[in-house]
Design a binder for this molecule. Structure first.
Ligand SMILES: CC(C)(COP(=O)(O)OP(=O)(O)OC[C@H]1O[C@@H](n2cnc3c(N)ncnc32)[C@H](O)[C@@H]1OP(=O)(O)O)[C@@H](O)C(=O)NCCC(=O)NCCS
Length: 184
């Protein structure tokens, strides 16, 4: 099992995955302000340019193994360089070789397989290059597109915790999706 630092940028057929940069800020803020994009996420549509500046300034340049940090990775159109969305990767501090994923696309980039293509590449990188043992995601049970996404990616629906998370003023039911190295 090899372990090394991230090899960004990562190319796929249609995309480039690369570190989120200050030049991404305005597009990043624009989709974070869309109510449908923010609905199941930790932020709200009043997300500001100052919020984005702070987030981008705090970004590690690489996935830091076992650090407990999140990194936001830009998903860009390989042909135009346009920001389409981002993948978030959390390297857990309390479990070795364990990574949590999140993904967000701007509305005009949805419905084209972009998230599937980006996460396929990211999952492959985590298992093949980082020696991941387990990759997982926690999602709002009402978020049907993300359930279809992780099903399409071959993740197991590992569990549903009912009314388990106090989120945006209400009890929320959350799903856990996971893939182990030995299940790939
Ligand atoms: C979750 C989210 C990223 C999923 O995006 P998505 O566009 O549905 O997923 P993909 O980019 O993989 O596209 C798949 C869809 O495009 C269609 N599609 C079109 N061309 C395709 C292609 N070449 N390859 C694969 N799928 C394709 C698929 O049929 C699928 O549609 P369906 O789900 O209606 O069956 C998106 O809904 C989003 O950003 N939501 C807001 C943020 C959020 O809630 N994130 C989840 C927190 S973890």
């Amino acid at each position: 099992m090899t372990k090394r630092t991230m090899s960004l940028p990562k190319r796929t057929d249609r995309l480039v995955l690369d570190a989120l940069a200050s030049s991404d800020r305005d597009a990043f803020v624009a989709y974070r302000q869309v109510p449908d994009v923010a609905r199941w996420q930790s932020w709200t549509p009043d997300y500001s340019t100052a919020d984005a500046d702070d987030l981008i300034a705090e970004q590690p340049s690489q996935i830091e193994l076992g650090s407990g940090n999140w990194i936001q990775i830009a998903i860009r159109d390989a042909a135009t360089g346009e920001l389409l969305g981002d993948v978030a990767v959390h390297s857990l501090a309390d479990q070795p070789d364990t990574y949590e994923l999140g993904v967000t696309l701007m509305p005009t980039s949805q419905g084209r397989g972009v998230a599937t293509e980006a996460l396929c590449a990211m999952v492959d990188m985590l298992f093949s290059e980082y020696g991941a043992h387990r990759v997982f995601a926690i999602t709002d049970a009402r978020n049907e597109p993300v359930a279809r996404l992780f099903t399409r990616l071959g993740f197991r629906h590992e569990g549903r915790n009912v009314d388990a998370d106090w989120f945006k003023g209400e009890w929320t039911t959350i799903d856990t999706w996971a893939l182990l190295a030995r299940e790939r």
